[in-house]
Each structure stands twice: as C-alpha cells, then as structure tokens.
Design a protein. Sequence first.
Length: 227
Amino acid sequence: MDAPQQTVRSAIDFARTALVSPGDWLTGHQRRSAWLECRDARTNELDLARRAALSPNAVDGSHTSTGDLPAEAVEVLHRVTSDPGRLTRSWADDTMAVIGDATYTELVGIAATASAIDMFDVAYGTGSDTDDEADLPDAIDGEPAQIRPDDVGDIGAWVPQTVGGANANVSRTLSLVPVTNRSWRGIVDGLYSRGIEFTNLMWDRALTRPQVELVATRTTAELECFY
C-alpha cells in the first residue's frame, strides 16, 4: 500500500473505531446504535416515503426510540442521513430543545462520518450497502468526555461553533463536540484536503487538484451539501 492509500486507510480505520468508542455526550454503545440507524435510513420505508414526497412533513409517522437512543435522536440520524437538504432551522431548534445542542451536533457528526465510511467501503469493494451490523466493531466501554469547549459561540450557524475564522467552516462545524470532530476532520484530511496541503494549488496525486475539486463539486451537488 502506497503512502496516499495508507493515509486514507488510517483515517477510515481511526473513524471506524471512534464511532464505537465513548464520544462527547454519548457512550460507545449509543454511538454504535446510531451508526446502525444511519444504515437503516438508506432503506427505511418512512425515510424513502419522505424523500419521495414534495415535503417530508407531508408524510405521517415518526421514528421510535431504541434501547440506547431516544426517539428524537433516532429522528435526527434518519433525517440527516436520508434527506439533509430539506432540514429546517425550526426543526433543529425544536429537536435541540429536547436533546440539547451538543448531543444534536454529535449525532450529526456520527451520521456524516458513518456515511463517509460506509460509502467508501462500498466503493472500495470491502463493504456492502446494507443495514447489517455484522461488519461493525464491538462497542467500547467507557464514559463520554462531557466537555463543552470554552471557545464556541453563536456565529450565525444552527449550532455553536468556534468563534473566529482560523479554520474553514467544514473544520469547525462540529467544534462543539471535539471528540466527534477529531475523527470527522481526520476523514476530511485523509480523503480530501490532506491538512496543510489544501492551500497548495498543485497536488502530486493520482488526481490533479482540478480533478479532485470536480469530483468534490459533483458530490456536494448530488448530496445537496450546504457548502
């Protein structure tokens, strides 16, 4: 395996372990259950019906709680995974009023990371596009960090983020939950920006910088990414 492949694989492996480890406000068992809910969202009948409807609110029904997660958390995971382009600020505010802004942010981070890992594995030929849990690591015991950073505040986003423009928005989106953000930024660096290499306009990789940005642009358009 050459150096670029090793960089990508290391990021994926780190994030995979992180998703079943104690996080910011959720335990490893809760995070593993959340990963399973994200997988279920790809084929869940309610999610598919919402996705096909003119408005997701036109479809009756809601997701229920699991043994590890309350119903509101399950709803976040399914909505973020299956139909993120039509989420609304009012829906997010109502949800955060129940589960808290930090837990909400952690769930969004789990959904984003889980989707990246699973789709990478499918594309790489090492995974399957199913909701099966056979390939998931076992949950790791321990308590969540439960640390709210001091340098986050209202910057006009839906959730508090690092105040100041030192980092790109994609790097500080999950700054309210630093444990979750660590593995998310690892995914971003490993699969795309490579950290400080991002400022270089010429990349010595299998794909040129313009080719990488073309793939990134097409992908974000298909997935209705805000950025």
